[in-house]
Design a protein around this ligand. Structure first.
Ligand SMILES: NC(=O)c1ccc[n+]([C@@H]2O[C@H](COP(=O)([O-])OP(=O)(O)OC[C@H]3O[C@@H](n4cnc5c(N)ncnc54)[C@H](O)[C@@H]3O)[C@@H](O)[C@H]2O)c1
Length: 321
């Protein structure tokens, strides 16, 4: 197949690029480098099966022109839409950020697909669409869905738009809802933040919140396994699945201790107050992956092992910079 990946230079996007190339697909990547970087796709660029364009996806005309010129020679058969804002606090201070990077990129992806007659869409959604359910288990059919961040709101609106498109012209859509994905090349997230903080202030790690926030973590390699499994096995034309660790997760305290042990043993960890890292953060959630398990997939690593692996990888990544 010939597959377009939006957000191809980002953390998850570049890993998806590599995996789809390994599977023998022709891959086209779009990104504007607002949070991703060219170095993330350096290796892929040496592969003749990969093409890349720097494109602002929130501008329909340039997005369509770039897709159309590729499509004329090599018809695009499927799109993986991964571009979005990944800085949730930035989207809370300025609502334009998620309107542009999380919602309009989805709106335009659908518009371009419709105009070019591309009928298959894989979409990176998020647990943030569920909001803070105060202890209730997040399973796919719970409601009402009341996100508490602009990011979550714009992802939920994106899901709604995909659902409407599927009703009229989109042949297949896979909506993947995932919580915290870790690994390299890390572009954001608590682990990267901790490693960089330790580099800036050696001997001391300041943690936002009291360290009791608890979440499930999935390694990026496993996330991609799960997405491919769903794309292969789910029969529904509009398939929506939670993807996550099959456990109660680990605390921020555990993550801070792992980073200190790997990067600077003996550094002092100082915690803040309250159980939220930032406004819009869901401090503790219970994520159901029963639907995915019923489809025949479960992760090999638990959250703790995923964190331990990612810490080693991110520490190595940052020492290489
Ligand atoms: N990493 C996680 O834990 C996580 C969790 C849930 C959902 N997701 C979703 O997975 C997807 C990938 O996330 P990631 O962690 O790789 O983030 P990332 O920031 O590393 O990647 C997103 C990429 O999209 C690009 N992008 C953003 N706005 C753009 C625009 N207007 N035009 C062109 N390119 C644009 C960025 O430059 C970046 O390379 C996103 O949709 C994100 O919402 C990620």
């Amino acid at each position: 197949m010939s597959i377009l990946i939006t957000g191809a230079a980002g953390f998850i996007g570049c890993n998806v690029v590599h995996r789809l190339l390994e599977q023998g697909h022709r891959v086209l990547g779009f990104d504007n480098f607002c949070r991703g970087s060219c170095s993330n796709i350096e290796t892929a660029l040496t592969n003749r099966q990969f093409s890349f364009e720097r494109v602002e996806l929130a501008e329909l005309a340039s997005f369509e022109a770039a897709a159309r010129s590729f499509h004329a020679f090599e018809p695009i058969t499927e799109v993986w839409h991964l571009a979005a804002n990944s800085d949730i606090p930035a989207g809370i201070s300025d609502a334009q950020v998620d309107l542009r990077d999380t919602f309009m990129t989805t709106f335009n992806t659908l518009e371009v697909m419709k105009r070019l007659g591309i009928g298959r869409l894989a979409f990176a959604s998020t647990s943030a669409i569920y909001g803070d359910l105060k202890g209730a288990v997040m399973h796919e059919d719970i409601g009402p869905l009341l996100p508490i961040s602009n990011y979550g709101a714009m992802k939920l609106a994106s899901e709604a738009l995909i659902s409407a498109a599927q009703e009229s012209w989109l042949a297949r859509a896979w909506i993947f809802r995932f919580p915290n994905v870790i690994g390299t090349p890390a572009t954001h997230g608590a682990l990267l933040d901790f490693v960089r903080k330790l580099q800036r202030t050696p001997g001391r790690l300041d943690v936002l919140g009291d360290g009791t926030q608890q979440k499930g973590y999935l390694h990026v390699t496993e996330l991609i396994d799960a997405m491919l499994h769903i794309r292969e096995r789910a029969a529904e034309p509009l398939a929506y699945y939670n993807i996550g660790a099959d456990d109660a997760g680990v605390t921020v305290r555990f993550m801070a201790e792992q980073v200190v042990a790997a990067a600077e043993p003996g550094a002092a960890i100082s915690y803040g107050e309250g159980n939220k890292g930032w406004v819009g953060d869901v401090p503790r959630f219970f994520y159901s992956v029963d639907k995915l398990r019923a489809l025949g997939w479960k992760p090999r690593f638990g959250s703790a092992e995923a964190v331990q692996r990612a810490v080693q990888e991110i520490v190595a990544q940052e020492h290489c910079v």
